[in-house]
Design a binder for this molecule. Sequence first.
Ligand code: R5P
Length: 280
Amino acid sequence: MKIVCTQASQVLGARLAGRLGVDTIDVKYSRFPDGECSLVRGPTDDETVIVAAVNDADALVELLLLVDACDESQNTLVLPYMAYARQDRRFRPGEPLSARAIARAVSGGVDRVLTVNLHDPSVLAHFRAPAENISIAPQVGAWVAERNGNDPLVLSPDDGAAQFAAEVAGVGGFDHDYLDKTRLSGERVMIRPKSLPAEGREVVIVDDIISTGGTLATAARMLLDQGATVVRAACVHGVFAGGALLHLAAAGVDEVVCSDTIERANSCITAADRVATALR
Ligand code: R5P
């Protein structure tokens, strides 16, 4: 087995190779004069693990090219983050099922797919190969335990992530709960007042994705108003669109971390151990 990764997943790919004790395949990435992506891979093995977060259009194209370049081996696709996964329903006639479109596109030419904390696991049915979703909630929980020692209160910003928060909190037997959220627009949410025992507590808000940070910023302001001593945040996928980290700092969030499913400066949590276990 060898590991190959797109440019978006170099850190996770290298960590995964280390965990599994296998080699990585060198890839030369470049561009044609018109801006199109180009790559040349080194020698593959009979079995190749392709690690490729899809967080923008170039990352998607690189993944498609890499799968095609590895067409002589048996391929497992590790898809740490899948853009468009939240668009799994049609809200207006004529809209695409974007999650399905991406799932179908990336899974041609692969024999197995592994996703990490896919927003809605029902999307797994759209891949053209057997697909499995793994959760790194235990790894997020380990960060919570290490960084927030003083009996933290773990909260999810909505009931959709309540199970995730329960799994995170389960690592240390921490208190956990969720907030009621109503989305007003793509960037604004309303958190209905709820009687949470946040006063005097260290609060950690956990979610699968932080995108604009609107969800979290609103929740953090409310919790600090209620007397939380500190609010930190941890997520799996740090999208951080449109200056999200600045918005969160302005809302009083003390620290924001994410995992390496999308590689960021604050990727303090790794998915490598959990993915390695699934691949063994
Ligand atoms: C929604 O259901 C997700 O779990 C996240 O809460 C949401 O995607 C975060 O979006 P934003 O950071 O833009 O509020």
